[in-house]
Design a protein around this ligand. Structure first.
Ligand SMILES: *[C@@H]1O[C@H](CO)[C@@H](O)[C@H](O)[C@H]1NC(C)=O
Ligand SMILES: *[C@@H]1O[C@H](CO)[C@@H](O)[C@H](O)[C@H]1NC(C)=O
Ligand SMILES: *[C@@H]1O[C@H](CO)[C@@H](O)[C@H](O)[C@H]1NC(C)=O
Ligand SMILES: *[C@@H]1O[C@H](CO)[C@@H](O)[C@H](O)[C@H]1NC(C)=O
Length: 364
């Protein structure tokens, strides 16, 4: 597998050098491990075959000291643990059971693992990503994303590709930080692909209050669980769009969704309650790709963080006729689209599920 991917990289280099965009350095593209989660196993134990690849002590210490205690006080964490003891009340199946399984395996408090699972909901932790859905001249849909996050080094260590299977068949694939049971970068084969970008809004306290409210009211979906629900339900592009447009959520965000047919690609801009805007591909009107960073597409990006214009320029330089996953990787490697905080790049296409591929990155 690794050998195959290395060969693939060598194939890539000549085409990169002849392209219009900054070269990708092969040493910067590390494939993460790929594991299977068997959905026919009980919720509490199905992640074990994945978790066993991490040293329990090292995992626990790393999460506690380098993530949790960096964003919250021990007092707040203790409070969360009290709530988390009622996890089956607050979270639906399979999330409660799977989170309990992760906590049991690593001998952590359930509250710690719950927090790890909702960390992306905290704007203050600076997730900033770039996602692109594009349609080539033949109508194929290609989807690429960079995931940028604080705790970059820790998260590189936890990145894995997971095939969620039932009866030996992959129902969906996701790039995860091990310990997270929700989905932020995923593919339903022959259905849809999706990536989640953060929409900055509010302070840490405001975010925490929303999350606690959501847990207590039980009428709000955590975004990463919403995505996994869509994957598990076997949604096609349109039903995934409907779900992601209409359900109440714990945090504002951008969903970038790709389908299998021409025209099936969109950026959904959301606040907590609803979609504010749906921005669709429209190749006949010249919109053959949509590129989203962390700012509403109808507003200019801030000068201090303009990954959007750099990305758009690189896309235009490649052109619709030449767009494919190799060229999306080039765009996602341009400075500052790829930068110090970039943890991984994923390339995918729901109509070509075998091409799903993630690289752990080291840019900038
Ligand atoms: C896990 O890491 C700890 C601390 O670094 C070490 O003492 C222990 O031997 C490791 N366990 C295994 C099973 O490798
Ligand atoms: C994660 O970090 C530990 C400790 O530095 C290292 O032993 C391990 O190989 C890393 N795992 C991955 C998947 O990078
Ligand atoms: C967050 O979003 C709400 C509603 O969209 C808006 O009223 C508010 O000003 C935003 N807050 C920040 C800090 O951007
Ligand atoms: C695409 O854009 C054209 C021209 O602006 C418009 O007439 C058409 O309705 C759009 N198609 C879709 C599916 O939005």
């Amino acid at each position: 597998m690794w050998r195959f991917l290395c060969l693939w990289l060598f194939c890539l280099i000549p085409s990169v050098l002849s392209g219009p965009v900054v070269p990708v350095l092969a040493g910067d593209l590390l494939p993460p491990p790929r594991y299977t989660v068997d959905l026919d196993m009980p919720e509490e134990t199905r992640w074990r075959p994945v978790l066993q690849h991490w040293n329990k002590t090292q995992y626990r210490e790393m999460i506690r000291n380098q993530v949790l205690l960096k964003v919250m006080s021990p007092e707040l964490l203790a409070l969360l643990n009290v709530l988390a003891s009622q996890i089956d009340y607050f979270l639906p199946s399979p999330y409660a059971g799977e989170i309990r399984g992760v906590a049991n395996y690593f001998e952590m408090d359930i509250g710690e693992v719950v927090f790890l699972n909702v960390l992306y909901s905290f704007s203050a932790t600076t997730t900033s990503c770039t996602s692109i859905v594009a349609q080539d001249s033949d109508g194929n849909i290609w989807h690429g994303r960079n995931l940028d996050f604080a705790f970059t080094e820790v998260l590189r260590n936890l990145t894995a590709e997971i095939d969620f299977q039932s009866k030996g068949k992959t129902l969906y694939t996701s790039t995860v930080f091990v310990g997270n049971v929700g989905a932020v970068t995923s593919q339903r084969p022959n259905g849809f692909t999706v990536s989640l970008n953060e929409r900055h809004n509010g302070t840490l306290e405001e975010n925490l209050i929303q999350i606690l409210k959501a847990l207590i009211s039980r009428n709000t979906v955590f975004t990463s669980f919403q995505i996994r629900d869509a994957l598990a339900a076997g949604d096609d592009f349109q039903s995934a769009m409907d779900r992601m447009t209409n359900k109440k959520e714990t945090a504002p965000n951008y969903f970038i969704v790709g389908g299998v047919r021409a025209g099936e690609g969109a950026v959904i801009t959301r606040d907590r309650l609803r979609a504010l805007d749906v921005w669709r591909l429209n190749a006949s009107a010249g919109r053959w790709f949509v590129l989203e960073t962390n700012y509403d597409h109808w507003l200019p990006p801030p000068k201090t963080d303009d990954r959007r214009d750099a990305g758009n320029k690189a896309m235009e330089a490649i052109g619709q006729k030449n767009i494919n996953l190799d060229n999306l990787l080039k765009v996602l490697s341009v400075t500052p689209v790829c930068r110090g905080e970039t943890v991984y790049t994923t390339l995918m296409s729901a109509a070509h599920p075998g091409l799903y591929k993630t690289f752990i990155r080291r840019c900038g």
